[in-house]
Design a protein around this ligand. Sequence first.
Ligand code: CLF
Ligand code: SF4
Length: 274
Amino acid sequence: MSCNKQKVLHGHPCLGGNRHKNGRVHLAVAPRCNIACAYCDRKHDCANESRPGVTSRIQTPQSALEHLRLVLSDQKMAEIIKVVGIAGPGDPLANDETFETFRLVREEFPGLIFCMSTNGLLLPDRIDELEQIGLHSLTVTINALSPGVGASIYRSVNYREKLMAGIEGAALLIDRQIEGVRLAAERGLVVKVNTVLIPGCNDDQIPLIAEKVSDLGAYVMNVMPVIPCGEFKNMIPPAQDYLEQVRSANEHIITQFRHCSQCRADAFGLIGNR
Ligand code: CLF
Ligand code: SF4
């Protein structure tokens, strides 16, 4: 990582280590999604980077900019906020509004760090645009490397207007995620990989994902507990000590992230406060 990237990273509340001083604004401009995760009920924010059961009000790029102006008009917030993130309510890359919003924000607030979270399906297709808008950090949620396991998590994948289910859809999604992480790291983005731990389903995939994304240049891994929702509403989430055991077992492969608050898609301020 370049010195400049490292310096900017210090201001990042999730990745930089000073979350008690630095905050973020999430702009909820991305309602549509191009895959169907079995733990998603589509009534709530994307469960890959959001708090269980929370629904954010969708903003247009213009109303998101106005919201940002309002948040930053508060002097205390203006001192805290270092990052603008787009993390839903659907997949940011499946919504052109994501790019329009970042462009509007860049014109008016050039000093803010840009961050985004995605399921990765469109990452190779849109990596040039992400580089052009100056995205600094990127989260990609990868829950499986084996298409067989992926098929039990991803119900459908809609890529370039072709709807795929089962192993075919999962294999394509996984391929795009891996290629996307590779390209993003190669372009110098700071890459975090989220993995939803689904006991009895993808436990054996965690070390494989850790090895792969570490090799590809990812910076950190965030193993998150599954949210019992959608088709997985009867799923029992991992106990805290099992989650910690999984994180510790993979710490030697890639740094493990432990302070995620599963923020709302329209959260702002310090992490954990909203
Ligand atoms: Fe937002 Fe995510 Fe960027 Fe942070 S949140 S898009 S990396 S600026 Fe942070 Fe919130 Fe956890 Fe996300 S605590 S849900 S990891
Ligand atoms: Fe739901 Fe997010 Fe999965 Fe899309 S990527 S189906 S919004 S959990």
